[in-house]
Design a binder for this molecule. Structure first.
Ligand code: AMP
Ligand code: GLY
Length: 420
């Protein structure tokens, strides 16, 4: 089969890398990809939000499957367009992608289907009303922009001043445009977070191994939220009982609810959970693989990924059995200093080759450009150094040893991924 991957970040590099290794896959394209991804796929310069352009590309290339990495094209209706034109895709319809596209929609959906999620205090599209509400609700509080903001539209705070400052940035200064025009105020929960991702063909599902992201920019979960600073996956993260509870209380009702309300959910459903004494609670849904969770997850796949995706797209996932190996993986994200705020790019990267010399280490490129036979930085999250091993401690040690060989000016990374 031939596969087309949509996107151009570290997650898409991981998807292409694994597809290229799949015995069932003979060719991988990536649109737009990046210069690092070009090591594993043929990259074509069509941006992810150019739905007509991607459709034209599919008509020309005739891929057997199109795997949509990021949410933006899904929210814009790419999967609907592809299936209308007879192409199989991994990624839900525009209507189903609202689970990620609008946090207000997701909350109301969970309410309708009895899916456990933190209580909300209110939804506001007026700055003055949001500011007044903040004065009366208990702290800490969680403030969420309704629309997607690349992981930066959420603040959890115990400070009224900080909360007010954040709603002003979202609603007054429109820092994220329309995505922040409506905000939701929500109860803050304590617990351990878990990214629980399943591949679904609409009816049957195949859970990925559990993963955990590290969203804050600095060690010990300090500093602002980012798109994700690192992730790990390990067998011991989730008991069989808890996995069964998550499937029964969250995943199954979500897939069934979406099927009843709009269309079958074909693709990756990501439930961002807080594990609390009262059970798992959904903080957010994504309609795609996580980034960098995907990097940690593919490092543990010991099956033909292309075959699994094709089974999902064709509605035959029940016949597919996945084997996961080895027991743990860790992805450490190397960023440009300053991210998630302003940062410089164009910094020369050294040590990539040395980093990958150790076995079971792969460096996924999130944002790099080829220059003079090497690479320079081209974004906030630059690389995802990913290692697998028989236990979590060894996987982390391996990832950090490899990360230590890579250098660029102002490079930053967390030193505590997977250590807690
Ligand atoms: P979200 O995009 O909704 O997943 O939010 C981003 C991050 O904010 C989550 O991964 C959590 O770390 C945090 N967060 C979101 N909602 C809550 C909540 N209700 N209580 C505590 N932390 C939260
Ligand atoms: N790593 C979190 C996300 O992809 O949304």
């Amino acid at each position: 089969m031939k596969a087309l991957v949509i996107g151009g970040g570290g997650r898409e590099h991981a998807l292409c890398w694994k597809l290229k290794k799949s015995p069932s896959v003979e060719h991988v394209w990536c649109a737009p990809g990046n210069d690092g991804i070009a090591q594993d796929a043929e990259c074509l310069p069509v941006p992810v939000n150019d739905i007509a352009g991607i459709l034209a590309l599919a008509r020309k290339l005739r891929p057997d499957i199109t795997v949509v990495g990021p949410e933006e094209p899904l929210v814009l209706g790419l999967s609907d367009e592809l299936s209308r034109n007879g192409f199989h895709s991994i990624g839900p319809s525009r209507a189903a992608a609202q689970l990620e596209g609008s946090k207000v929609f997701a909350k109301q959906f969970m309410d309708r289907h009895g899916i456990p999620t933190p209580r909300i205090y209110g939804v506001y599209d007026d700055l003055a009303k949001a500011e007044t509400a903040l004065e009366t609700i208990p702290l800490p509080v969680v403030i969420k922009a309704d629309g997607p903001c690349a992981g930066k539209g959420v603040l959890v705070t115990g400070s009224l001043l900080e909360a007010q400052h954040f709603v002003r940035r979202l609603m007054g200064q429109k820092e994220f445009g329309a995505a922040g025009g409506t905000v939701l105020l929500e109860e803050a929960l304590e617990g351990v977070e878990l990214s629980f991702i399943v591949l679904s063909d609409g009816q049957n599902l195949m859970p990925m191994v559990p993963a955990r992201d590290h969203k804050r920019v600095f060690d010990d979960d300090r500093g602002p939220n980012t798109g994700g600073m690192g992730a790990y996956s390990a067998d011991g993260m989730l008991s069989t009982d808890l996995a069964a509870e998550i499937l029964e209380k969250v995943v199954r009702p979500t897939l069934d609810g979406i099927a009843r309300e709009s269309s079958l959910f074909v693709g990756f459903l990501y439930s961002g959970l807080m594990l609390t004494p009262k059970g798992p609670q959904v903080l957010e849904y994504n309609c795609r693989m996580g980034d960098p969770e995907c990097q940690a997850i593919v490092a543990r796949m010991d099956f033909d990924f292309g075959e699994a995706l094709q089974a999902a797209a064709q509605g035959h996932l029940e016949g597919f059995s996945a084997h996961w190996n080895p027991a743990a993986s860790v992805c450490v994200v190397l960023t440009s200093g300053g991210y998630p705020g302003a940062y410089h790019t164009g910094k020369r990267i050294s040590g990539l080759h040395e980093a990958e010399k150790a076995g079971d280490v792969v460096v996924f490129h999130s944002a790099t450009k080829a220059a003079d036979g090497s690479f320079v930085t081209a974004g906030g999250r630059v690389l995802g150094v990913t290692a697998a091993a028989g236990d979590l401690r060894s996987a982390a040690a391996r990832a950090y040893a490899a990360a230590g060989r890579i250098r660029f000016d102002d490079m930053h990374y967390r030193k505590d991924i997977a250590y807690k």
